[in-house]
Design a protein around this ligand. Structure first.
Ligand SMILES: NC(=O)C1=CN([C@@H]2O[C@H](COP(=O)(O)OP(=O)(O)OC[C@H]3O[C@@H](n4cnc5c(N)ncnc54)[C@H](O)[C@@H]3O)[C@@H](O)[C@H]2O)C=CC1
Ligand SMILES: O=C(O)[C@@H]1CCC=N1
Length: 280
């Protein structure tokens, strides 16, 4: 696995940040000592210290002492967070090469450029990403796009990190809210499906722990089959549905329950909400 020499910062050390940070350390791309994390309550950053990362309650330390700075606060916290950074930031020669990487839902490159222009007035390098929490187990799905100052080498570096933790793909910015609806929020939708599938098993007499394991493994197997065979899911579904058999009876119930329309609606609403979050 390729290694990075840069120091990696996280402003905001919550769930998404930890999925990325712990994933990067686990796969060996960075050493724990290269990682610096900030949050308002240092006592809440204990899991980062257990990982071997350095923690602080001063966001400006992360901004000053790291080269690739992941911004991992909630979208509505960006304003106050930047105001505080602006007040405390000490300009340095390294500012022009610094890379700001946002994971914020709905928050555009334009907004990020405007907010962070106090760091480098002639134009800062900013990358907008939409990751997901499955990065913590190396099976994430991340899309990203950079502003005009970002170089090919910057994109390669960020791709190396994100792709080591699952799938990473550069996309045009207009697609990111929609990908948020599918892949950023998607794990929550899929956890709900796994839980419900397991509930079905429990109802039919399978012990809870086994039902959960079987449901999760079934999703994993089906997902892998789609990715590896490249076959359309409808073709693969046909391979499971024996004529007059049990699966088609279950599929009929899913259709009656509008599972497909429900999932399409969920992605649509999540996409719209994501765009709204960036406007706050
Ligand atoms: N959780 C997820 O599945 C995904 C989240 N995201 C994005 O990641 C960002 C963070 O979300 P989560 O990690 O889920 O939330 P979280 O609540 O787990 O983490 C946010 C962290 O920010 C910290 N924080 C609050 N005020 C701060 C400040 N002024 N300075 C520094 N840190 C501060 C909080 O203490 C908390 O640890 C959001 O913008 C969200 O849109 C993106 C993709 C997926
Ligand atoms: O729920 C949210 O707003 C964030 C963005 C994508 C996943 N979680």
């Amino acid at each position: 696995m390729a290694k990075l020499d840069e120091r990696i910062g996280f402003i905001g050390g919550g769930n998404m940040a930890f999925a990325i940070g712990s994933g990067l350390v686990s796969c060996g791309i960075v050493k724990p000592s290269q990682v610096l994390v900030s949050g308002p309550h240092i006592e809440n950053l204990a899991r980062w210290r257990e990982l071997g990362a350095v923690t602080t309650d001063e966001n400006c330390e992360v901004l000053e002492h790291t080269d690739i700075v992941f911004i991992c606060v909630k979208p509505h916290i960006l304003g106050p967070c930047v105001a505080q950074l602006k007040y405390k930031h000490v300009p340095s020669a390294k500012d022009a090469s610094k890379l700001i990487v946002s994971v914020l839902a709905g928050t555009t490159l334009k907004t990020l450029e405007e907010k962070f222009d106090f760091i480098e007035s002639s134009g800062l390098k900013v990358i907008r990403t939409m990751p997901n929490t499955s990065m913590q187990v190396g099976e994430g799905c991340t899309v990203y796009t950079g502003n005009s100052r970002v170089t090919h080498q910057d994109l390669e570096k960020v791709h190396l990190m994100l792709n080591a933790l699952g799938l990473a793909q550069q996309v045009p910015e207009h697609m990111i809210d929609a990908v948020t609806g599918v892949a950023g929020c998607g794990p929550a939708f899929v956890y709900t499906i796994i839980e419900a599938l397991a509930d079905g098993g429990v109802k039919q007499g399978v012990p809870r722990a086994m039902a959960l394991q079987f449901a999760a493994q079934t999703l994993l197997g089906a997902a892998k089959t789609v990715l590896i065979t490249g076959k359309h899911p409808a073709v693969l579904r046909d391979e499971v549905c024996s004529p007059g058999g049990s699966t088609i009876v279950g599929v009929h119930e899913l259709e009656k329950g509008n599972l497909r329309a429900t999932l399409i609606n969920a992605v649509e609403k999540a996409t719209q909400r994501s765009a709204e979050l960036g406007k706050k």
